[in-house]
Design a protein around this ligand. Sequence first.
Ligand code: FES
Length: 157
Amino acid sequence: MKNAAFALIEPYVCDTGGLMKALHALQNAHGYIDAALVPLVAETFNITKAEVKGVISFYEDFRGSPAGKHVVKICQAEACQAVGARNLMTKARAQMGLPESDLTCDTSATENITVLPIFCLGLCATGPAAMVDGILRGRLTAEEFSREIKALEEEGK
Ligand code: FES
């Protein structure tokens, strides 16, 4: 795995912003950035492991564990909150069986769905908004969204 990971990140060593490109390459290849690869990244870019971990934890798009088959991002910014976005998030998480108190738990037991907060998708006038597998959705109703979550969750059963 280390040789394959090195092959992915090595082309970016001399690039401006190369660390970000390298981390994206790892994330794109595996769906997440394995903590075991942090020392390799640090050594390759001649920086500390803490610096690598800092970058990974700062950017929400980097994951430390695999995401579900479908990724649902629900806007939690103010305009969407004003029209029910928190309710959508709460209901989606409950429907997926995720604990209310532990937001780090974001993937259903079936591993079909990962649900994440996002802060503004540029659809403020048509909230509540979400992105389902990269597709923007606006004016979501709780009922419609619930049906969609159910369908994604039951996929493959
Ligand atoms: S506040 Fe939700 S899309 Fe902008």
